[in-house]
Each structure stands twice: as C-alpha cells, then as structure tokens.
Design a protein around this ligand. Structure first.
Ligand code: GUN
Length: 280
C-alpha cells in the first residue's frame, strides 16, 4: 500500500508558487486574494485562517472580510461588487456554507467569473463541463494532481464517486470524464452502493460521514481517495475506515494530510493564475 501524501505534494506546489510570486513581485505585481467569511461557524473560521496563512507563506496579499451572520444578501453582494472592481484583488473567495437567509447562487453569480478562483460560478462550471476550463475547483484539482504525481492511470478506469456536491463530486466527475475515466456519481438516493463501490478501480468519498467506507466496500488493489473531514472524539477523521481499508488497497489518502492540504495549494495556484484572467 502506498500513501497518497497530499502534505508532501502540497509543499512542493507551494514552493513553486512562492518562486512564481517572487518573480511577479520583481515586475511590480502582487497577487491578491479576498476571502469573505459570513458568521462564526468554527470549521469555516478554521479553513479561512488556514487559507489566509497559506497566502502569507507564499507572498500572496490577502484581504479578510468578516461579516456578521445577520448580514443581508444585498450587503454581501455589494462587498463582492467592490472587490470585482478592486485592481489589487485578483481572486475572490466566499467561504461556504452561507447562512440560510442568503441565496448561495446569487452570491456566486455576483463574483466576476474572471476572479472566481473557486471555480463555482456557472460560467466556470459550464466551461469545465465542456472540457475548456478557466478555473478548476480546488478540491477536485488537488485530487487530479495527486493522481498525476503518483502516475495513477485514469483512462478507461471505473471510478466511483460517493457524494454529488457542487464543491467536489460534480466537478470531479467532469474532470475525470475529460480524462476518459468511466465515472459513476453516487449520492444519498443511490441503490446498492456497496455493489458499485466494490467494482471501482478508483473510489472517491466526499460525504463527511465517518466509517461510511469499510473494508467490505472496496475492491482489492484499488485506489482510495478520502475527502471527508469530520471530528470524532476531538480527532479529525475521513469517511474511510483507514486502518482496515489500507490493508486491502494499493493507494490511499490519509486524513489529515491527504486531500486537505492539496485544496489549499490549488487555491494559491488559482490565485496566481487569476492574474492572467482578472484583467488587471
Ligand atoms: N467550503 C468547503 N469547501 C470550500 C471551498 O473549497 N471553497 C469555499 N469557498 N468554501 C468551501
């Protein structure tokens, strides 16, 4: 069994970005990322802090907008409009989820698609689906980079993704399809999940339910990617029963230290890329 070491690969990517940022600075360009956090969800606060710290580490300028839970959709959209027009800001990230009184779709559509480093804007989702992307969403992008680094063949492989969300499952299905994998996207209403996961050459779980993927659900010598992040007895765990599944498969991501650090590395990558797209 080989560990898909996201921490190690993320460090490599971050070191490359650091060099690129230093070169850009010689030309007088400082990449800028605006991060908006609404409310005080502890997990979101933690993620946002990790993202801004990662920016600092590579020399990306980051602006933090913290807004109270009660903020109106209009006020939030007004801040986004201001950031769309700010030449210091190349990328805009609105941390999700948002409070229920704010329509996520309206907020995402307010972001200038050229600054949409999360790749969530319908324009970018459409570009990705057509196989001509501008920005790849960070988590699936990080997973694709892990496959590339470990020379995991995708063409013709049977891939099962559990979790059909907009952040990971759906964009990842597009990206893998673009590489000619045969993808099955499963969700809460999927019948006979185990029958499907057991046939997967590559199994990706992005649900957030500890213990969802047990040893009896995976094929021998398969590749397992665990996107789940949950807290159990003050420990961070994924969806996969790592201890037992790891004995049976050929590659597996750990949690923590697998997909999580890759998401942040690709966010930094997209922010630097946004210098070419943002028009400034
Ligand atoms: N919430 C969970 N994952 C993400 C992400 O990748 N981007 C944003 N903006 N919010 C998230």
């Amino acid at each position: 069994m080989v560990l898909l070491d996201g921490k190690l690969l993320a460090k490599k990517i971050r070191d490359e970005i650091k060099k690129r940022v230093a070169d850009l600075k010689k030309d007088g360009i400082i990449p800028g990322l605006a991060v908006i956090l609404v409310g005080d969800n502890p997990a979101s606060q933690l993620y946002v802090n990790m993202k801004t710290k990662a920016c600092e580490d590579v020399g990306i300028y980051s602006i933090n907008h913290r807004m109270p839970f009660e903020v109106s959709e209009t006020e939030l959209i007004n801040v986004i409009k201001m950031l769309n027009n700010n030449p210091m800001v190349h990328g805009i990230l609105v941390q999700l989820p948002l409070p229920a009184h704010i329509k996520e779709e309206n907020v995402i559509e307010a972001i200038d698609y050229k600054k949409d480093i999360d790749g969530f804007h319908p324009y970018n989702v459409g570009k990705l689906l057509r196989g001509n992307p501008l920005f790849y969403p960070c988590t699936p992008y990080g997973i694709m980079k892990l496959f590339e680094e470990y020379n995991i063949e995708l063409k013709g492989k049977d891939v099962v993704i559990v979790g059909a969300g907009n952040i990971t499952g759906k964009p990842l299905a597009s990206m893998l399809t673009n590489e000619f994998a045969t993808v099955q996207l499963c969700h809460v209403h999927t019948k006979e999940l185990q029958e499907k996961t057991k046939r997967a050459d590559i199994l990706i779980s992005a649900v957030g339910r500890p213990g969802l993927i047990g040893e009896d659900m995976v094929k021998e010598k398969s590749v397992i990617v665990d996107v789940g992040i949950s807290r159990v007895n003050n420990k961070v765990v994924g969806d996969v029963d790592f201890e037992n599944v790891a004995k049976k498969v050929s590659y597996i991501t750990p949690v923590p230290g697998g997909v999580g650090p890759m998401t942040i590395a690709m966010l930094l990558y997209n922010t630097v890329k946004a210098i070419e797209t943002s028009g400034f």
